[in-house]
Design a protein around this ligand. Structure first.
Ligand code: UDP
Length: 316
């Protein structure tokens, strides 16, 4: 296949490039490098089946030749990034998805949307099943991300129903692993880098909000399985092991062997406004349709991620 991956130089996108290249496909990574990085794909330079196009998908997308599959991952998924770039976040979810779908339709390609557990907002149903419509504040600071992804899902379903495009939608729950940006503000890079530097781990509020963390290789495997299926409905992918953020801070300390203290802080910006108080995927659909569940234990995944960050920081 000839595969276009938007956001291909990002954290998850670059792992997808690796996976599809390893399977013998030709991969075109497209990225404007706003939150992605050339370092994530530097090891692919010289591979004749890999191409990189620096482009912002909110503008018309042009790709020469045939395309069999479009994976649309371009996005600003970190709360700190979407608070800093709210309009760009809305544009990439709306205009970027429209352009990527237009390209897929023109090329007769299959289309895959990377959506998010944020479509469930601060959920009133727990764990979250795909049938839950969510509890999103459209005018809150997170609304720019949540609503752009909700719009993107609606657009994908419209192209599927009206134009007959063969589409897939994955709702990604918190995912972590090597190639996350050390400074993207999310809890995994924050805590690991704080622990490695011996600095305090900054738990927001009281740390009683919950998350569940999926290792990136498991997620990528779920993507490949979803694409091989015929399921056009959204599918949750995530690891159902749920922890409070305070428990997670202790887990990071244990894995890194750090003696950092844990402190409770109240960020001055709006990053904790509308912060989902619980989040855990119901993965029944992925289990039944794809035979998928997360395989990498949190401890193992955190060790690999900590090794990556300590190498990045020159600590290894
Ligand atoms: N969080 C925290 N300390 C940090 C960064 C994040 O306590 O240094 C909390 C944040 O308030 C949220 C959870 O960790 O409840 C996960 O945040 P993240 O930014 O990783 O992503 P989210 O799941 O909110 O999209």
């Amino acid at each position: 296949m000839r595969i276009l991956i938007t956001g291909g130089a990002g954290f998850i996108g670059s792992h997808l490039c690796d996976r599809y290249l390893a399977e013998g496909h030709e991969v075109i990574a497209m990225d404007n490098l706003s939150t992605g990085s050339e370092a994530n794909i530097a090891h692919l330079a010289g591979n004749e089946r890999f191409h990189f196009i620096k482009h912002d998908v909110t503008h018309y997308i042009y790709v020469d030749g045939s395309v069999d599959l479009v994976l649309h991952l371009a996005s600003l998924p970190s709360p700190v990034d979407y608070l800093n770039y709210p309009i760009q976040t809305l544009k990439v979810g709306a205009l970027g998805t429209h352009n990527a779908l237009g390209l897929a339709m023109a090329k007769g390609a299959k289309f895959f949307l990377a959506s998010t557990s944020e479509v469930y907002g601060d959920p009133l149903e727990h764990p979250q099943r795909e049938s839950y419509w969510g509890n999103v504040n459209p005018i809150g600071p997170r609304g720019v991300y949540d609503e752009s992804k909700r719009f993107a899902e609606a657009l994908v379903m419209a192209y599927h129903r009206y134009h007959g495009v063969d589409t897939r939608i994955v709702r990604i729950f918190n995912t972590y692993g090597p190639r996350m940006r050390a400074d993207d503000g999310r809890v995994v890079p924050n805590f690991i880098n704080q622990a490695l530097r011996g600095e305090p781990l900054t738990v927001y509020e009281k740390g009683q909000q919950t998350r569940s963390f999926c290792y990136v290789d498991d997620l990528v495997d779920g993507f490949v399985r979803l694409l091989a299926s015929t399921c056009n409905a959204p599918v949750n992918l995530g690891n159902p092991r749920e922890l409070t953020i305070l428990e997670f801070a202790h887990k990071v300390k244990e894995i890194t062997g750090s003696d950092s203290e844990i402190i409770f802080v109240q960020p001055q910006d709006e990053r904790t406004k509308d912060d989902p108080q619980v989040r855990c995927p119901d993965i029944t659909r992925a289990r039944e349709l794809l035979g998928w569940s997360a395989q990498v234990a949190l401890e193992e995944g955190l060790q690999r991620t900590a090794a990556y960050f300590s190498c990045q920081a020159g600590l290894a």
